[in-house]
Design a protein around this ligand. Structure first.
Ligand code: G3P
Length: 225
């Protein structure tokens, strides 16, 4: 399972990349709005940091098909053809996905709450389907269950698309989908940090260091021996 960070603050992105094996960055209009900065300034900064090989996902805003296509072209022009263009999984979005995927753009179908949206998105040429796990849970349904159903639909129909699961509130939700073998998860920085935020882990590592220092003296490490 690929691991992406769902954030637009370059400081949080740099920190995640510093410590963890990140595969890319996802944004959405709300995430960009939270920066208070010009959208393409933020997105260019992220692209420069992660390079052309890093997955960068940026969303179209227009409501109609032609507007979505214009937004997608602008995203590809500014951020590179390899950029993943996020398109909402609504009727106009499926029409835009068909045209843009035929042009060779990378399409991420987003705002997916139901398995049938994901099915239509894959048939329309999207290569990623962004299922909103926690938002589905908050509606009283089973976000993990929807993601698993989409995974099964793609596998059982031989569809050339994968899941980019999104909207996570805790590490357990990510774990469930990693076990199931989904293609990718995009996770906020706080939840990524929670993967290893555990007093038992910290204590075990500190105990090892203290024991070693009893042998070699304070502050000594293997390189001093
Ligand atoms: O990018 C969309 C998705 O990540 C939304 O997450 O936390 O706003 O439900 P959230």
């Amino acid at each position: 399972m690929k691991l992406l960070i769902d954030h637009a603050d370059i400081g949080r992105i740099r920190k995640a990349y510093q410590y963890y094996p990140m595969d890319g960055v996802t944004t959405n209009p709300s995430i960009l709005a939270a920066t208070g900065r010009k959208p393409f300034d933020v997105l260019r900064e992220i692209r420069d940091f992660i390079g052309p090989e890093g997955e960068l996902h940026a969303q179209v805003i227009a409501r109609d098909k032609d507007g979505m296509i214009r937004d997608a072209h602008r995203i590809a022009e500014v951020l590179g053809m390899e950029t993943w263009v996020k398109i909402p999984s609504v009727p106009e979005g499926f029409a835009a996905m068909r045209e843009l995927s035929a042009e060779g753009l990378n399409i991420t179908a987003t705002a997916i709450y139901t398995p049938m949206q994901a099915y239509l998105a894959a048939k329309s040429g999207a290569k990623y389907a962004a299922v909103y796990v926690n938002r589905i849970d908050n509606m009283g349904f089973n976000g993990i269950g929807v993601a698993k159903e989409v995974h099964d639909i793609y596998r059982n129909n031989g569809m050339d698309a994968g899941l980019l699961c999104a909207s996570f509130k805790n590490s357990q939700q990510v774990l469930e989908l990693a076990k199931y073998g989904v293609k990718a998860a995009t996770v906020g920085p706080d939840v990524i940090e929670s993967f290893v935020k555990n007093a038992a882990i910290t204590s075990a590592v500190e105990d090892f260091i203290r024991d070693f220092e009893k042998l070699t003296g304070p502050g000594k490490t293997m390189s001093d021996c």
